[in-house]
Design a binder for this molecule. Structure first.
Ligand code: ZN
Length: 521
């Protein structure tokens, strides 16, 4: 039900959603959609796929419900959702022979829920995204609940692999808060904290610390404002009357009485922080004495943009803190040590690592073996594979179902295909050349010198010789077409593309995209 953000190989794509062709064909068998938490990689595809799945009932906790309802506002054509509100601890009958037991797992957004599906062949446990929380003495809490699940018997445990390679245990959110408070106390001017707007648990704590230090909090960025509004409405963020101010109001307060919470810690080009850095923000201008705290990990692939953010902040005189310096971020995903602990409590017969790349899932398999799961009972599966489960077996079949990406680009879903992406990659790497021919239709001859426009290829003004040669070749080519009227226009275009393309390649070793335009008069 989630969406994935674009990768380097999918330029210009807004996001990627799962292919549900297989599920659509079996929609009469779908009893429920169970949402574990409100992060977009778990709920974002919902409005795109719901109708195709036959609009089954959705099970969700209150904040997840509020978030999907908010998102539904942007999709007026999606069906009205039938949402069953659940609380951790609830047990719900999903179908004749399957019930779901919901239980809380610590993550970075409130009310994240794991689920135990009680089925005739055994109990399947899915832990959503999770980590463990530690108290001041460094002891994990909430483990009794997991032990209870283990006692009920676990056929298969599906476990989050996002941080499976990282050794050790989760950094306690308490440590993060303590470190943040120290930085905040030391700051003499304004404080700006950049973090993910989805880290609602952290944001709630930061607002508490700000109140303790007598600072007003201004929220910057659309998703920051809407997420906090939702969380506040449900009581997960408890700001006192007057704590939250608008960004326009910050200049009414002394610098040491202000804190800004903003999106954009990954250097995302359209997020709140970027506007501040580029001097495009209406109310917030960076000045020496500002303290900027980047409280998030750097998502692989974003390293360069984050460096640029830090650089820009430092150049404008701000003091910058990031999680590479101090523990001011704790991942929402359990590292190896935490996963091992949970596996030992659940004692599953089979283990199926989910989320993350294959190498991460494989690392989880290793952790499982070290934690008592039989070597042969780790099941590493890929998207599109099908498994059949019986009381004693978990068999991966030879069947494969479509599981490739469906790309969402602007308002279009799935209309961006590999061809389009290939063009975008070619354009990005080699540039383009447009050739415009104005041709007398009857006589089949050029009425004027061909116009040539290039972008991202070579600067034509400085390459007059190439330009002349292209024109010469086009003229030559046109004289070799005797009956222009009878010739397919596409044939002329293909000839042009081939001939000009070949010439440019020998001359420049580059293959720009060539777009011939033939205007017949
Ligand atoms: Zn999550």
């Amino acid at each position: 039900m989630g969406l994935q953000f674009p990768e380097e190989e999918t330029p210009g794509i807004d996001y990627i959603i799962p292919n549900v062709d297989y599920l659509e064909k079996k929609k009469q068998n779908i009893a429920a959609i169970v949402l574990t938490h409100g992060h977009y990689d778990h709920i974002g595809a919902l409005p795109h796929v719901l109708a195709r799945l036959g609009n089954p009932p959705i099970y969700a906790t209150s904040i997840t419900k509020a978030i999907i309802e908010k998102r539904a506002d942007d999709f007026p054509n999606a069906p009205k959702m039938n949402i069953q509100l659940v609380k951790n601890g609830d047990e719900m009958k999903l179908s004749n022979n399957i019930t779901a037991l919901f239980f809380g797992v610590p993550h970075t957004i409130p009310e994240t829920t794991g689920v135990m599906l009680k089925t005739p062949i055994g109990n399947i446990v899915h832990f959503a995204d999770f980590r463990l929380d530690y108290d001041d003495e460094g002891n994990p809490h909430g483990l009794e609940e997991f032990e209870k699940l283990g006692k009920m018997g676990v056929h298969t445990f599906m476990v989050d692999s996002t941080a499976a390679e990282r050794p050790g245990h989760s950094v306690s959110e308490k440590t993060v808060e303590k470190n943040l408070e120290e930085i905040f106390r030391a700051a003499e001017g304004r404080i700006a904290v950049a973090t993910f707007s989805s880290l609602i648990t952290r944001i709630a704590e930061i607002i508490k610390i700000a109140e303790k230090l007598g600072r007003k909090v201004a929220l910057n960025g659309y998703s920051m404002k809407t997420n906090i509004q939702i969380a506040q409405g449900l009581g997960f963020v408890k700001a006192k009357e007057g704590t939250l101010i608008s960004v326009e109001e910050i200049n009414n307060y002394k610098d040491d009485k202000v804190m800004i919470l903003t999106t954009g810690a990954q250097g995302e080009s359209n997020a709140g922080l970027m506007k501040i850095i580029n001097g495009e923000h209406r109310s917030i201008k960076i000045k020496p004495g500002d303290t900027f705290v980047l409280s998030s990990s750097v998502i692989p692939g974003n390293e360069r943009s984050v460096q640029t953010v830090k650089d820009n902040l430092a150049r404008q005189g701000a003091v910058v803190y990031h999680s590479g310096l101090v523990d001011i971020h704790s991942s929402g995903h359990a590292p190896k040590g935490d996963i091992g602990l949970v596996i030992k409590l659940l004692k599953p017969k089979f283990l199926m690592p989910v989320h993350g790349y294959y190498f991460m899932r494989a690392a989880n398999g290793q952790t499982a073996r070290e934690s008592g799961v039989l070597k042969d009972n780790v099941r590493l599966m890929d998207n599109g594979q099908v498994a059949e489960l019986t009381k004693d077996e978990f068999k991966i079949t030879k069947e494969e179902v479509p599981a490739y990406y469906v790309m969402v680009d602007g308002l279009g879903v799935g209309d961006v295909e590999e061809v389009v992406l290939r063009d975008r990659r070619a354009l990005a790497a080699e540039g383009m050349l447009v050739i415009i021919l104005t041709v007398d239709r009857d006589k089949g001859r050029l009425l004027k010198n061909p116009d040539i426009i290039s972008r991202g290829f070579i600067y034509l003004k400085d390459n007059q010789e190439i330009l002349d040669e292209i024109r010469k070749r086009i003229r030559g080519l046109m004289t070799r077409i005797p009956n222009f009227k009878e010739v397919e226009p596409d044939y002329v275009k293909t000839l042009l593309r081939d001939q000009v393309g070949q010439y440019l390649y020998t001359k420049t070793k580059r293959r720009p995209m060539i777009l011939p335009v033939v205007i017949e008069i």
